[in-house]
Design a protein around this ligand. Structure first.
Ligand SMILES: [Fe+2]
Ligand SMILES: [Fe+2]
Length: 192
């Protein structure tokens, strides 16, 4: 079966490659922090991203969607650059920008669910829900690390993400069930 939905197909191809960039970035991030617990936590997040990549690929294969060579190349470079940058930009920024990125990724998966629904396909709900919620958990983890840091208010002002601003409307304490989770991300704009 072919997916007759251009935006959805392109979102899947992009997400597949972007997950690799994230995983590479977390390799550098985990390598650059000194705290052992943080190393373990970030390494787990890297594994989550590899897992997402697998899940996205499984969906793509079901509809014969080819991997994008362009995105694979582009996100490979991006991931490696961020990975190296983690060693030179200090402690705060890798945590901040990881959280900001994760915040934007949450809605990617709920939007895909909405696109699938436009085609009458609901069988990927559970997987997309789990990935969206996992990205939210990542966002919350990174925010938790930096929320009391003096730099945060300034970064929040400039880069529009932080304690009071998010790129999604998911609240882990009051989660929607899978069946109604396509209601997420309807009003929130995509990442700035
Ligand atoms: Fe991910
Ligand atoms: Fe993530």
């Amino acid at each position: 079966m072919q997916l007759e939905h251009k935006i959805l197909v392109s979102s899947l191809r992009k997400a597949y490659s972007a997950e690799k960039a994230a995983a590479f970035a977390y390799q550098g991030h985990a390598g650059s922090v000194k705290n052992k617990d943080e190393k373990i936590e970030i390494r787990q997040i890297e594994l989550d991203e590899w897992h997402h990549r697998k899940e996205v690929l499984a969906i793509m294969q079901e509809y014969n969607i080819p991997i994008s060579k362009y995105y694979e190349f582009r996100f490979h470079i991006i991931g490696k650059i961020i990975s190296m940058a983690c060693y030179v930009i200090g402690w705060f920024m890798p945590f901040y920008f990881a959280g900001r990125l994760e915040s934007g990724n949450v809605c990617e998966y709920f939007r895909m669910m909405q696109y699938f629904h436009e085609l009458g396909i609901i069988k990927h709900n559970q997987v997309l829900y789990e990935m969206g919620i996992k990205e939210k958990e990542h966002e919350v983890y990174f925010l938790g690390k930096i929320k009391d840091r003096r730099m945060l208010p300034l970064f929040e002002k400039i880069f529009t993400w932080g304690s009071t601003k998010s790129f999604n409307d998911v609240d882990l304490d009051k989660k929607y069930p899978v069946e109604s989770s396509a209601l997420y991300c309807k009003k929130v704009g995509s990442e700035a």
